[in-house]
Design a protein around this ligand. Structure first.
Ligand SMILES: Cc1cc2nc3c(=O)[nH]c(=O)nc-3n(C[C@H](O)[C@H](O)[C@H](O)COP(=O)(O)OP(=O)(O)OC[C@H]3O[C@@H](n4cnc5c(N)ncnc54)[C@H](O)[C@@H]3O)c2cc1C
Length: 443
């Protein structure tokens, strides 16, 4: 008999966000045939480049942390040195409010003493506040958090001083979980604190992108995937799945039908819900995905006539509409400031001009920057992340589904992390690992 020359059916990955790119890279790295399909004209999903006039900016200012091991591993696989895309700064926080400011800088001690040293030497906290925070640190990260406990309950239950919560834990919770502490899940917050502050000193480093997000991962990832024979289809929407009984056999796009050995739905949760809607056996998953709640993030980019300097480059505002401001000199745009308003549903009806004016007033008042910008761009992502609440933790699905050969990837799946670049990349890797396990079992 002649050898079987039927070409290997590919794993089809639906969605070229950071989760889909991660799944594609891990599978191609393991030698699998892969096809990646993205509905938009560009990859990157919720972490992508947008244009502000002739300048590339992002759909939202992003930062990463030294604790993002899965993301750093991915850069390693595609041969992209971290320093080419991120500027690594030791943890330094400067948060300003109506009642003064709090500044802390990681000390040179190993973790977690680098944080404890930073708290001890922090400016803007009384000796009593420092003593109570240090004494209660291990209670904060070690408390037995019931699955329905919120961050506010955790902070109260572990005796965090009011001023430390106001200037530190609450801004960090909103930044990391994009959810207000009154509703945010305590377990998720603890996980972020542990990974960031307890493992290694460098885990708490801030990684600020040196380029627009498209150049940080999506474009280098696509170049690597092309070199590794991955078929990449853009501007092609997947509109249906093909099944044979309880097994996936292919996908239907706006242009064609493609056979698939396995399919990874690396879309956002609402697109995944649409694609599985009519599949018998997935009705529970479909129902859960429809119950997801989301939080928005608004970024206001302000362009000035000449370079503006914020010192430090990233500043937190504790009592303002604007929460974080970034001087984009690290991104090579010294004449630009990005202002971020997370979990901002309270302002969803605010008119664009009023929003820009409020941000400019905040920057003038808090950072004492007298200059007037010459231009502005508002990017509002209404479903930026899922709400990191205890309810949502119960709804997040695993990567595997009840349909053979169909997997999910995306920041919303069960990763133990909030919706972040790290969560997305981790989820892509988990989906690739599940596919690899199937291959080993079949051999
Ligand atoms: C404004 C903003 C600021 C943020 N800031 C940070 C930050 O500072 N740090 C951080 O770690 N995280 C941040 N995040 C979160 C982070 O960007 C996301 O968690 C991550 O990008 C999600 O990636 P994903 O691949 O899971 O999903 P997505 O990015 O949503 O990717 C899904 C992809 O699937 C495609 N798709 C959907 N349906 C179909 C279909 N039917 N056929 C084909 N393709 C389809 C979409 O076009 C998209 O490209 C921020 C998010 C936003 C929006």
């Amino acid at each position: 008999m002649p050898p079987d020359t039927t070409p290997e059916k590919p794993v089809v990955i639906v969605g070229g966000g950071w989760a889909g790119l991660s799944a594609a890279i891990h599978l191609a790295h393991q030698g699998r045939a892969v096809t990646l399909i993205e509905a938009a004209g560009q990859s990157g999903g919720r972490a992508r480049t947008v244009m502000f006039g002739e300048l590339p900016v992002d759909n939202g200012q992003h930062i990463a942390l030294g604790a993002y091991h899965h993301l750093l591993e991915l850069l390693d696989i595609i041969g992209l040195h971290e320093s080419l895309v991120f500027s690594r700064l030791p943890l330094s926080l400067n948060i300003m409010g109506d009642a003064g400011s709090v500044t802390l800088k990681a000390s040179r001690l190993p973790a977690p003493f680098h944080l404890l040293g930073a708290l001890l030497c922090a400016r803007g906290l009384t000796a009593t506040d420092k003593g109570r925070t240090l004494f209660n640190w291990f209670r904060l990260i070690g408390a037995d958090t019931r699955h329905d406990m919120t961050v506010t309950e955790l902070l109260h239950g572990t005796g965090q001083p009011e001023r430390v919560s106001h200037f530190l834990w609450i801004p960090l919770c909103i930044a990391a979980l994009n959810t207000h502490p009154d509703t945010a899940c305590a377990c998720l917050f603890q996980r972020v604190l542990k990974d960031t502050f307890m493992r290694q000193r460098k885990s708490s480093d801030l990684l600020l992108p040196c380029h627009d997000m498209g150049k940080v991962l999506p474009q280098p990832a696509l170049d690597w995937l092309t070199r590794h024979n991955v078929k990449i289809l853009t501007r092609e929407r997947v509109i249906g799945l093909q099944l044979n009984q309880n097994e996936i056999t292919g996908i239907i796009t706006s242009r064609q039908t493609l056979p698939a050995e396995q399919v990874v739905l690396a879309t956002n949760a609402w697109s995944a819900a649409q694609l599985i809607e009519s599949i018998p056996g997935l009705s529970r998953l479909h129902k859960n995905l429809l119950q997801f709640d989301y939080e928005s993030i608004t970024t206001v980019f302000l362009r000035y006539a000449k370079a503006v300097m914020l010192d430090p480059v990233m500043q937190g505002y504790a009592d303002r509409f604007t929460q974080w401001v970034f001087d984009r000199r690290i991104t090579g745009q010294p004449e630009m400031i990005a202002a971020v308003i997370s979990a901002d549903s309270r302002y969803s009806n605010m008119d664009k001009d009023e929003l820009v004016k409020t941000v400019i007033d905040d920057i003038k008042t808090v950072s004492k920057l007298p200059n007037e910008p010459t231009d502005s761009l508002v990017v509002r992502e209404r479903r930026a992340t899922f709400s990191a609440t205890p309810k949502m933790e119960r709804l997040r699905p695993t990567n595997t589904t009840a349909l053979n050969g169909l997997l999910l990837a995306g920041d919303y799946t069960q990763t133990g992390y909030p919706a972040t670049l790290e969560g997305a990349v981790m989820s892509g890797r988990q989906a690739a690992d599940e596919i690899q396990k199937l291959a080993v079992r079949t051999d």
